[in-house]
Design a protein around this ligand. Structure first.
Ligand code: SF4
Ligand code: SF4
Length: 288
């Protein structure tokens, strides 16, 4: 209910070119399926290591250690773990399988004005598959949303335009150097693509996450309001505060969390930021 109008099914496509330090969906960064280990559910029975032929599991002082870098996500260990301490994030599916799943809830979409949302990662990372899904969704008469970080080419967004009812578009940082430092990429293309969408008939909801010490500054707030004021196509701007809800997933995936120890932002702080952005004359700002 938060990823477009009405009640929706959200399809998460794995793969993203950004590596935002605060990312709450680390399982969506890599395009490949990945093994997750829920250590608190493991009883160190050793069954997983008996079936794994890649030496992923070792025992260390009575605790199971997982070498994620050795795993090819074959899934054999999942079946033998009676504690359900192992799982695979991501699976290969066809577009027909996805659409069939999405259509199971058609009556909800019809009653609520909802539909299907393609998210990620950044769904543009699997561009051919995304367009296939969108074409099939449209053939079924579904309302479509795409959530994007904006790092595709203008040509890709041009191709998406007739297939997408609403773009949920992330605008992370205004300063290019800060953008590069915290996401691994420039924001030049992101801004160019946003402007293209806004001047070519797209319906856009801008999403802005504010991270204390990173982008909670007047220049960024002014730029957010400026985009809202300049482009009619930006229907709404949703402002979020940083949260650490995804931190546990980094542990499960054997990944390093770059925001370790940083606490989630209080709702009152987000209200304050929204007031500051509104001071620049933009009335489209809401709490995300
Ligand atoms: S099979 Fe499951 S419970 Fe047993 S050691 Fe492996 S992860 Fe732990
Ligand atoms: S998914 Fe396959 S390779 Fe990975 S740990 Fe399990 S059995 Fe080993």
């Amino acid at each position: 209910m938060h990823d477009g109008p009405g009640i929706r099914t959200v399809v998460f496509l794995k793969g993203c070119l950004f590596r935002c330090v605060w990312c709450c969906n680390p399982e969506s960064q890599s395009r490949q399926p990945q093994l997750a280990f829920v250590e608190e559910d493991c009883v160190n029975c050793g069954e997983c290591s008996k079936v794994c032929d890649r030496n992923v599991f070792t025992s260390f002082f009575g605790r199971l250690k997982v070498r994620h870098d050795r795993c090819d996500a074959c899934g054999k260990c999942i079946d033998v773990c009676t504690r359900k301490a192992l799982k695979i994030y991501g699976q290969e599916v066809t577009s027909d399988e996805i659409i069939a799943e999405v259509l199971k809830d058609r009556s909800y979409y019809e009653q609520s004005g909802g539909g299907v949302t393609f998210s990620g990662g950044d769904p543009l990372h699997q561009f051919g598959f995304l367009t296939e899904l969108l074409e099939k969704s449209k053939a079924e008469g579904l309302d479509t949303c795409v959530e994007s970080e904006g790092l595709g080419s203008v040509r890709q967004f041009e191709e998406l335009l007739p297939l997408v009812d609403t773009f949920y578009y992330d605008y992370k940082m205004t300063d290019p150097a800060v953008h590069r430092r915290y996401t691994g990429h420039d924001n030049e293309g992101v801004i160019e693509n946003l402007k293209y969408l806004c001047t070519h008939g797209a319906d856009v909801v801008l999403r802005c996450i504010i991270v204390p010490g990173v982008n909670d500054n007047a220049a960024h707030f002014k730029a957010i309001a400026g985009l809202g004021n300049e482009f009619k196509a930006i229907r709404r701007i949703e402002v979020f505060g940083y949260h650490d809800f995804g931190a546990f997933k980094y542990r499960r995936l054997g990944m390093k969390y770059g925001m370790k120890g940083k606490r989630s932002v209080e709702p009152a702080q987000v209200d304050e930021w929204i007031s500051e952005i509104r001071k620049y004359g933009c009335d489209k700002i809401i709490k995300g």
